[in-house]
Design a binder for this molecule. Structure first.
Ligand code: MV4
Length: 499
C-alpha cells in the first residue's frame, strides 16, 4: 500500500480525500495556490506544497508543477479529485511516465470515454441503448440538414470533445440550424480546443440517472446503484439523491442499468471509480448519454446508502488490491439526499458571493454528513468554483431524508457571504419534488411556478427581518449560535419574533 499520496485538488474534495488517507494511515501531501494559502485542506494535510499563483492554469492545472511537487515530497500516487486535471488523459499518462500512480482509470480508457462520439460507439458495441443520434461529427451544413431531418426536429447539437452542456444547442427547426451549428462549433473550439459537433434526437423531459461503478486491476467490475441527478441549473447539478425515486418504483431498473453500465465500462477497459450517465424517458427506457471518468461531486449519497467508502476503494484498487466484495454483496439501505452549498446569491441570479465567512454554524446529528472545505474566518476566493460544502443526509425513507435535510438546512448558518441555502429550503417543500416527479427541466419549471405564485416580497418586512436576524446572529461574547430554526424563520420570510 502507498505510504504517501498527493492530492491534486483543493476545497471540500481535497479535505474528503485527506480524511480517507488519515484513516488508512497514509501521509497526505496538499498542493495550494496563493489564494489557498490559508485553506482548510492545507491546514489538514500532513504536508503542503505551494505550486503557484491563484489562476488555475498556473497552479491546479499545471501538470509539471503538480508532478514536481509529487517528486519533491516522494508521493507514490496522485489523487486528482474531480474537475481540474481529473479527466485529463495527458495528466494521467504523465503521472505514469513519472512513475507516480494515477488514482483513476488508465489514460487510454479516459481518452476513449472522454470523446462523446467514441464513448457512444463503445456503448453501442457493448449492446447498450444510446441516445438516438449520429455516429460521427457533422461534416457540412448539408449533411447536418439531412441528419436532422432524418431524426426529426427538435434536435440537439453537442460538442464531441466535452460535456456539461458546453457547445450544446437546441435546434427547433431547419431555419435555426446554420446559426446554431456555427455557434456550437465556436463554443466547442473555445472550451475544448476541438470544434467537432454532432446531432442527437431530443429525449423529451428526460430524467438524468447515473450509475456508480468501481473496478480493480484484476478485471472485477461492480456497480453501486444509481443516483438521481435531474435537478440541474445551467447544467450544474444542484441536488442529488440515491436511490432514484424512479428506480424505487420500477422493479429491475437498477439491475438493468447497473448491468448496462458495467458492459460499457468493461468494453472501455475501465478501472477505478467511474460513472455512466443515462437519460431516462417517460416510459423508463434508458439511453447511454456519457461517462464520467472520475470520482463525482455527488459520491456521498452512494456512500451513505451502501455504507462503502469510495475514496478508500479507489486507493485500494489503484494499489493493485482486489475489490473486497462482489456484486451480490452490495446492498442499499434507506435514502440519501445531497445539497451543494455554494457561495452565491440566489436573489441575484446566483452570482458568486466570495468574501470573509464571519460566522459559521454547522448542522450535525444523526444521519447528517457535511463535506466542507471552509471554516469560520476564511475568505472564499473568487478564483475558483464557489462550492463551499456538500450537505448530505441519510434516513430510512425518502420522506424521512427530506425532513432530515430540512432540519439540517435550518441549523446551517453562514454570515458574511451569501449562500444558496434558502434555495434548497424552497425546493424541499415543492409538491412536485415531494412526489418524486423529477426531470431535467424541473428547476426551470420550479422557478416558473414560484414567479407566478410567490407573494411579492415585502421590502419593509424583509428589512426588519434582516435587522432582527443580524441582532440575533451577533456573537454575544458567549459564542451562542443563532436561535434554533434560524433559517426556517428566514426561509419563510416571516417571524414569530416579529409578532
Ligand atoms: C440531452 C437531453 C435531452 N435529449 N440529450 C447533455 C449535457 C448534460 N449536462 C445534460 N444533457 C442533456 N442531453 C438529448 N438527446 C437533456 C439533457 C439535459 C439537460 C439539457 C438541457 C438543460 C438541462 C439539462 C439537464 C440534464 C440533462
Amino acid at each position: 500500500m502507498f505510504r504517501k499520496i498527493l492530492i491534486a485538488n483543493r476545497g471540500e474534495i481535497a479535505v474528503r480525500i485527506i480524511r480517507a488517507l488519515r484513516e488508512m494511515n497514509i501521509r497526505s501531501v496538499a498542493v495550494y495556490s496563493d489564494a489557498d494559502r490559508a485553506s482548510l485542506h492545507v491546514r489538514m494535510a500532513d504536508e503542503a506544497v505551494h505550486i503557484g499563483p491563484s489562476p488555475a492554469p498556473e497552479s491546479y492545472l499545471a501538470i509539471e508543477r503538480i508532478l514536481h511537487a509529487a517528486a519533491s515530497r516522494g508521493a507514490e500516487a496522485v489523487h486528482p479529485g474531480y474537475g481540474f486535471l481529473s479527466e485529463n488523459a495527458d495528466f494521467a499518462a504523465a503521472c505514469e511516465d513519472a512513475g507516480v500512480v494515477f488514482i483513476g482509470p488508465p489514460a487510454e480508457a479516459m481518452r476513449k470515454m472522454g470523446s462523446k462520439l467514441s464513448a457512444r460507439q463503445v456503448a453501442r458495441e457493448a449492446g447498450v441503448p444510446v441516445v438516438p443520434g449520429a455516429e460521427c461529427g457533422i461534416a457540412s451544413l448539408e449533411e447536418a440538414r439531412r441528419t436532422a431531418a432524418a431524426f426529426g426536429y427538435p434536435v440537439l447539437l453537442k460538442a464531441s470533445a466535452g460535456g456539461g452542456g458546453k457547445g450544446m444547442r437546441l435546434v427547433a427547426g431547419d431555419h435555426e440550424l446554420e446559426a446554431a451549428l456555427r455557434d456550437a462549433a465556436a463554443e466547442a473550439q473555445a472550451a475544448f480546443g476541438d470544434p467537432a459537433v454532432y446531432i442527437e434526437k431530443v429525449v423529451e423531459r428526460p430524467r438524468h440517472l447515473e450509475v456508480q461503478l468501481i473496478g480493480d486491476k484484476h478485471g472485477d467490475l461492480v456497480h453501486l446503484g444509481e443516483r438521481e441527478c435531474s435537478l440541474q441549473r445551467r447544467h450544474q447539478k444542484v441536488m442529488e439523491e440515491c436511490p432514484s425515486p424512479l428506480a424505487a418504483s420500477r422493479p429491475g431498473l437498477r439491475e438493468r442499468m447497473g448491468e448496462a453500465a458495467i458492459r460499457v465500462a468493461r468494453a472501455a477497459g475501465y478501472r477505478n471509480a467511474g460513472t455512466v450517465e443515462f437519460l431516462v424517458d417517460r416510459d423508463a427506457n434508458f439511453y447511454f448519454l456519457e461517462m464520467n471518468t472520475r470520482l463525482q461531486v455527488e459520491h456521498p449519497v452512494t456512500e451513505l446508502v451502501t455504507g462503502l467508502d469510495l475514496v478508500k476503494l479507489q486507493i485500494q484498487v489503484a494499489a493493485g488490491e482486489r475489490l473486497p466484495f462482489e456484486q451480490a454483496a452490495v446492498s442499499w439501505r434507506g435514502a440519501a439526499l445531497e445539497c451543494r452549498i455554494y457561495a452565491e446569491d440566489p436573489d441575484n441570479n446566483f452570482y458568486p458571493s466570495p468574501g470573509l465567512i464571519m460566522r459559521l454554524e454547522r448542522p450535525a446529528g444523526p444521519g447528517v454528513r457535511l463535506d466542507s472545505g471552509v471554516y469560520q474566518g476564511w475568505t472564499v476566493p473568487l478564483d475558483y468554483d464557489p462550492l463551499l460544502a456538500k450537505l448530505a443526509v441519510q434516513a430510512a425513507t425518502r420522506q424521512e431524508a427530506i425532513a432530515r435535510m430540512i432540519r439540517a438546512l435550518d441549523e446551517y448558518y453562514v454570515a458574511g457571504i451569501k449562500t444558496n441555502l434558502s434555495f434548497f429550503r424552497r425546493i424541499l417543500e415543492d409538491p412536485a419534488f415531494l412526489a418524486g416527479e423529477l426531470h431535467t427541466t424541473f428547476i426551470e419549471e420550479f422557478f416558473a411556478r414560484r414567479k407566478h405564485s410567490a407573494p411579492p416580497a415585502d421590502p419593509e418586512l424583509e428589512a426588519v427581518a434582516a435587522l432582527v436576524a443580524a441582532v440575533h446572529s451577533e456573537p454575544d461574547g458567549a459564542g451562542h449560535s443563532p436561535p434554533a430554526g434560524w433559517n426556517r424563520w428566514r426561509a419563510e420570510g416571516r417571524s414569530e419574533q416579529l409578532r
